[in-house]
Design a protein around this ligand. Structure first.
Ligand code: XMP
Ligand code: MG
Length: 186
């Protein structure tokens, strides 16, 4: 495996989705999103920190002029499992009442965080509220969420890269992959 540029090759087990596959998929999603919001004023909301890469690349693939805002949330709970009890670390700078809002996510795992976010933003009376995610783990879903645009369905494994981290590392990998067991202390 060639990831020498970032010197992380030894930590990786497998590349699940290449940079080229991500680029192509974001192009497809952007075309659909452009069609949906033609002539409308669109606000895209990225969920920090994981969605930084998706936001940056999706936004540039869109022809629709957008404004961008960010939210940071944390899911309380033991270990790496999402609890669904969510705390806002950084709220939007924008009043979304009457706006067309698209939430941009890196990954939907249990769906608990996003479900909370949809309720929270929905209560602010946007004109519309939809979701675009790069990744989704169908086998991990604990709540059903209406996702308009999803890039890839992946197995129920912990993944890193392209914004996703393990202990804040690996976010800058240009692809999505799994980590070798020794990284987790295995
Ligand atoms: P839920 O379970 O609420 O996921 O849908 C909430 C957040 O947890 C993070 N997450 C991951 N991060 N690899 C990561 O690096 C993963 O496989 C993974 N699964 C969930 C992510 O921030 C998501 O928004
Ligand atoms: Mg996230």
């Amino acid at each position: 495996m060639r990831v020498d540029a970032k010197d992380m090759g030894a930590d990786l087990q497998q590349v699940l989705i290449t940079k080229e596959e991500i680029d192509a998929k974001l192009g497809e999603l952007a075309a659909k999103i452009d069609a949906e919001y033609a002539g409308k004023d669109l606000l895209i909301v990225g969920v920090l920190k994981g969605a930084v890469m998706v936001m940056a690349d999706l936004a540039r693939a869109l022809s629709t002029p957008v404004t961008m805002d960010w939210m940071a949330v944390s899911s309380y709970g033991a270990g790496t499992q999402s609890s669904g009890v969510v705390r806002i670390l950084k709220d939007l700078d924008t009043d979304i009442k009457g706006r067309h809002v698209l939430i941009v996510e890196d990954i939907i795992d249990s769906g608990l965080t996003l479900s909370w976010l949809i309720n929270n933003l929905g209560s602010r009376e946007p004109a519309s509220l939809k979701v675009c995610t790069l990744l989704r783990k169908p086998d991990a879903a604990k709540v059903a969420i209406d996702v308009e645009w999803a890039g890839f369905d992946i197995p129920n494994e912990f993944v890193v890269g392209y914004g996703l981290d393990y202990a804040e590392k690996y976010r800058n990998l240009p692809f999505v992959g799994t980590l070798a067991p020794h990284v987790y202390g295995g």
